[in-house]
Design a protein around this ligand. Structure first.
Ligand SMILES: Cc1cc2nc3c(=O)[nH]c(=O)nc-3n(C[C@H](O)[C@H](O)[C@H](O)COP(=O)(O)O)c2cc1C
Length: 429
């Protein structure tokens, strides 16, 4: 190959060319590249409740701040005169080759962000070859998203219900949908104290939002049939808002709008969901139920302590996701990046360790990989892209992350992700 032509490829150069050549023709990207601006534009584009739900965190939101502060405490130490003309920014995870170290974090209730919700994200993820982790609280059933993705990689995230029968049904459906792994989220056995949602008195699930995995499930359907015949409890005053909520619920629930309006079924489904969606009594021993159920890799999400990571390995788990749920659960919790090194020290040689919470660009991903993560999850930023410009917006966000990661790698002197070692970063203080 002619020397000049080397190094012109790579997603980083490609994305820069798309944007800058677009500029020559008077076109700007559909969503801001800068993380702060992206959030600002999303706030303007989304409903007040939708934005509060996505952006908000627990309590004083100190964990959200800590997540960012943790990334800022690390600095990349670039190396020079390494041939980086060709870069391999992909990774291997559970035997699968991926083009980048990114996955999409499971984000529930995407209908509060954009009407195309999970379906738009599924298409964007598939186009970029970045695995989407279907949320247990999705707005679109996993089967529909899987259909939209062709052969592109996807995983399923599970909230462990009080009904093991329902858990088994979700896992079976995920297998049938071609999901490559099951992610069990453990930091949400109770819902965090979230002032932004509390002040708006907004719980999306109470309006039937974000329960599509349930309303499309045969086991849940049967349980709703049993619930429907139970007394509904106190009825409360009929207000305009209550009637509007009922209409919204009838519109969203599977089946015809008119029959949903007169049926008690949609309300019974919401009631049942609120009763059974999570199991705070879950213990380590319960994991054997899931282990027996599936041969897919199982990852635990929400691990922040090295002893928990060790216990995960001892219980036959295949990976952990170091995460504090984007600061939405425990205010004042340890930043996930701060928790990473000890967890890598404890189990890093045995299982892949993924990380999320605070990843806002490709350089953050580089730091996480340098500290021992195998891959990272993009969270709020893709939801903001979706809120601003639907599928195109989500896709551009993913593409920008991939591009920045590729360029950061090259500029730091790494031609492959295996070269991103601890010596590539240093503490700022
Ligand atoms: C609006 C919203 C909904 C979420 N829903 C889920 C969910 O259904 N399941 C889950 O495991 N995590 C959920 N998460 C947590 C994300 O998977 C991820 O851990 C978090 O967004 C990472 O933080 P970051 O977005 O600040 O980077 C949600 C996060 C947000 C912002």
């Amino acid at each position: 190959m002619h020397e000049k032509a080397r190094g012109l490829g790579g997603i980083g150069r490609e994305r820069q060319a798309e944007i800058y050549l677009g500029g020559v023709r008077g076109r700007k990207p559909a969503v801001p590249v800068a993380a702060g601006l992206l959030e600002e534009r999303a706030r303007a584009a989304m409903s007040q409740r939708g934005f509060a739900y996505v952006a908000g965190g627990a309590g004083l939101e100190k964990t959200i701040d800590a997540n960012r502060a943790a990334f800022e405490q690390w600095r990349i130490v670039p190396r020079v005169l390494h041939d980086v003309a060709e870069r391999r920014s992909g990774i291997e995870l559970f035997g699968q080759q991926l083009d980048s170290p990114f996955l999409l974090a499971p984000i529930g209730v995407l209908e509060a962000v954009h009407r195309d919700a999970d379906l738009a994200v599924a298409r964007a993820a598939a186009a970029e070859g970045v695995p989407m982790i279907f949320s247990n609280q999705a707005s679109v059933a996993m089967e529909e998203c899987a259909r939209a993705m062709g052969d592109a990689p996807r995983w399923f995230q599970l909230y462990w219900s009080t009904s093991n029968e329902l858990v088994a049904s979700f896992v079976r459906r995920a297998e049938a949908c071609g999901c490559g792994a099951i992610v069990v989220t453990l930091d949400t056995t109770l819902f965090g104290w979230r002032p932004r949602d509390l002040d708006l008195a907004f719980l999306p699930f109470a309006l039937g939002k974000g329960i599509a995995q349930y309303t499309s499930d045969p086991v849940f359907d049967r349980l709703v049939g049993e619930e429907k015949d139970m007394p509904a409890g106190s009825r409360g005053r009929i207000t305009v808002t209550a009637v509007l909520s009922l209409i919204e619920l009838a519109r969203r629930y599977p089946g015809s709008f008119l029959s949903n309006l007169v049926s008690s079924r949609p309300r019974a489904a919401v009631r049942l969901f609120l009763e059974i969606y999570s199991r705070p009594s879950l213990r380590w021993d319960d994991l054997s139920f899931l282990r027996d159920l599936t041969s897919l890799p199982i990852l635990l999400k929400g691990v922040l302590d090295p002893d928990d990571a060790r216990a995960a390995v001892e219980h036959g788990v295949d990976g952990v996701i170091v995460s504090n749920h984007g600061g939405r659960q425990v205010d004042g919790a340890i930043a996930s990046l701060d928790a990473l090194p000890a967890i890598v020290g404890a189990v890093g040689r045995e299982i892949p360790i993924l990380l999320d919470s605070g990843i806002r660009g490709g350089a953050d991903a580089f730091k996480a990989l340098a500290l021992g993560a195998s891959a990272v999850l993009i969270g709020r930023p893709y939801a903001y892209g979706l809120g601003i410009a639907g599928e195109q917006g989500a896709r551009e966000v993913i593409r920008n992350f991939r591009a920045e990661f590729d360029l950061t790698m090259g500029l730091a002197g790494c031609s492959s992700t295996s070269e991103i070692t601890p010596s590539m970063v240093t503490r700022a203080d």
